[in-house]
Design a protein around this ligand. Structure first.
Ligand code: DP6
Length: 418
């Protein structure tokens, strides 16, 4: 090792939405959960983290930037991930650049990490899941770690529990495991994203001024005070995960939707059962649930599933494109944008759903008829401005390394964010 070289890897990692929720730890520092959980990985084209990790003998310390701003790496969670990855580093040779790093060298070398979310970090869209998964995945590539994705998931888990499920695309299960050291608490893929490709996901980013309780402290309080959490972990989730796996394997949407909605509602019931109670959903969230429930009940079979994490945003999973366009019409009917909003910034992601719904501009939204299921009833109230924007997406792939050097977030000359 000589000279002032820099070696870099860039990777992209998706977010995920749990359909069977993780809520509660049996071990706080290793991040071991009280129950299994199951998630759908979201298409990274619309929601992902991109991370570049760089190593150079000229770096004096480990440093990290998130969306261009330097953040501290001193927290225990970052330190666990860095330590676990370093411990598994192997020899690296780059003949083109004439660089040779031996397994032992990694103990002394420092890294620079630059991470960027293609969605607003503050919107409450599981940014820590994609972030820690991407950190672990890109460092593993840089350091030539030989472990498979499942073993890497057990490292990402120590950054943030839900991050372990972002090491795979499609449908993913986080097995809680039994071991005290957490070695068997890891993610496995149930099915890839193509298995059930017709699903369409619409996220309603709900306007909120409320400062939410973080997942970490919220679940700690639930573990300490909620009897419903104990019952859920012991009696409900084990049976529900079996049924959910079957529903996914058989692409049985009616069962999938029933289980997804029930599990989201039970997670929020556990939050209410916590002392003092935690409120993550707000009136807008409740209005979205009513809209979906009313519509599902008026059809022969459920068209849409809803699920909410530790915040008011709704994640709606439609059975196919047709159902998604009918859902979008309903959502835009109840939650039209403010008069001066451009539709292009109100519906983000896969805009073809908007086209399917026959909506080009704000005038088309204003002209939407009330959904038939509320016919002959009192005209529904409109809730303008309650939703900040919608994102249309679908189940997506797992982490990938980006070989195109122009996508790197670190300047190969300075070793600092571009
Ligand atoms: C409601 O993974 O954010 O989104 O492990 O403390 O970092 P920590 O918590 P986090 O919790 C996510 C909780 C959830 C449900 C889920 O994703 O399963």
């Amino acid at each position: 090792m000589a000279g002032e070289w820099i070696l870099m890897v860039t990777a992209q990692t998706p977010t995920n939405i749990a359909v069977i929720k993780y809520w509660g730890k049996r071990d706080e520092s290793l991040i071991l959960p009280v129950n299994d959980s199951i998630s759908v990985t979201l298409d990274p084209e619309h929601l992902c983290t991109t991370t570049t990790v760089a190593v150079s003998p000229s770096f004096e310390q480990d440093r990290m930037w998130l969306n261009g701003k330097e953040i501290s790496l001193s927290g225990g969670r970052f330190q666990s991930c860095l330590r676990e990855i370093r411990a598994r580093a192997t020899d690296v040779e780059n003949k083109e650049k004439g660089i040779k790093i031996s397994k032992k060298d990694w103990e002394k070398l420092h890294v620079h990490i630059s991470s960027f979310n293609n969605f607003p970090t503050a919107a409450g869209l599981a940014s820590s899941a994609a972030g820690f998964a991407c950190l672990v995945f890109s460092l593993a590539k840089l350091m030539n770690v030989k472990e498979d994705h499942s073993q890497l998931s057990a490292i990402a888990r120590q950054g943030s529990g839900s991050a372990c499920r972002s090491l795979y695309g499609g449908f993913v299960k986080w097995i809680m495991g039994k071991e005290e050291n957490g070695s068997d608490s890891l993610a496995v893929q149930l099915a890839d994203e193509k298995h059930w490709g017709e699903l369409v996901i619409i996220i309603a980013v709900v306007s909120s001024r409320q400062k939410e309780t973080s997942s970490t402290s919220g679940m700690r309080e639930s573990v300490e005070t909620s009897l419903l959490l104990q019952h859920r972990a012991k009696e409900v989730v084990p049976k529900r995960t079996v049924k959910m796996e079957e529903a996914i394997q058989n692409r049985d949407f009616a069962s999938f939707a029933g289980l997804t909605c029930a599990d989201s509602n039970q997670f929020h019931a556990v939050c209410l059962d916590t002392c003092p109670p935690i409120f993550y959903m707000n009136d807008t969230s409740h209005r979205i649930i009513s809209c979906v429930e009313k519509w599902n009940r008026s059809e022969e079979a459920p068209q849409v599933a809803y699920t909410f994490d530790a915040g008011p945003n709704a994640v709606l999973i439609a059975r196919n494109r047709k159902a998604a366009s009918l859902l979008l019409q309903r959502l835009l009917y109840y939650f039209p944008p403010n008069a001066d909003t451009d539709m292009n910034s109100y519906v983000l992601g896969d805009k073809s759903i908007l086209k399917d719904a026959g909506i080009q501009g704000i005038n088309d939204v204003e002209a939407l008829p009330p959904p038939p299921e509320i016919k002959d009833k009192i005209p529904a109230q409109k809730n303008r401005g309650e939703v900040s924007y919608f994102i249309c997406t679908r189940p997506g792939r797992g982490p990938v390394e980006l070989s195109d050097k122009s996508q790197a977030l670190i300047d190969p000359k300075t070793g600092l964010p571009k």
